[in-house]
Design a protein around this ligand. Structure first.
Ligand code: AMP
Length: 174
């Protein structure tokens, strides 16, 4: 999967100085690269015997939708506050500065359902941790977390301890 790196654009100092942004739009643009990434994630989600995928806004939606269709399982969006039209549940999580919130529809996961959560990249694990809590609030079981990229120089493994973590490629330094 190391070859996926050639499809990912790295943008220095975005969205602020000192952050190296891993841009997966160049991966999505390339049918060979996108297909390869989906093959890897599909194999993982299948191995976890997931009933549903929860996808994180916004790049997670692109991956999650394609995977849910390949696997013929349901797709649930986890969204920024105020976007979902019906009754929602909310989790707050901490960022480097301040907090953010993530929401899901209150009927999106049924008790006992096996869920894999999908996003493009795991950084601090804050967003994915909030998504795990949303699934668990509804009685679902988080059987895995899958992303294209893992930033191994950030402490997401501690934050997501106890969950089965999967990524296709990793970066070890900024
Ligand atoms: P975190 O909650 O810190 O794990 O951040 C994960 C979310 O922020 C994901 O939805 C990523 O898409 C985005 N993100 C964080 N850091 C980066 C980065 N260096 N490059 C691209 N996306 C990032």
């Amino acid at each position: 999967m190391e070859q996926l790196k050639k499809y990912i654009r790295s943008v220095p100092d975005f969205p602020k100085p000192g952050i190296n942004f891993y841009d997966v739009t160049t991966l999505f643009q390339n049918p060979v690269g996108f297909n390869l990434a989906l093959d890897g994630m599909e194999e993982y989600v299948r191995s976890r015997k997931a009933d549903k995928i929860v996808a994180i806004e916004a790049r997670g939606f692109i991956l999650g939708a394609a995977l849910a269709d390949r696997l013929n399982i349901g797709l649930v969006p986890a969204r920024k506050p105020g976007k979902l039209p019906w009754r929602t549940i909310t989790e707050e999580y901490s960022l480097e500065y301040g907090t953010d919130r993530l929401q899901m529809h209150a009927d999106a996961v049924q008790p006992g359902e096996r869920v894999v959560i999908v996003d493009d990249l795991i950084a601090t694990g804050g967003t994915l941790g909030a998504a795990c809590k949303l699934v668990e609030q509804l009685g679902g079981k988080v059987v895995g977390i899958s992303s294209v990229i893992g930033l191994n120089f950030l402490p997401y493994r501690q934050r997501l301890a106890g969950y089965d973590l999967h990524h296709l490629i990793a970066y070890d330094s900024e």
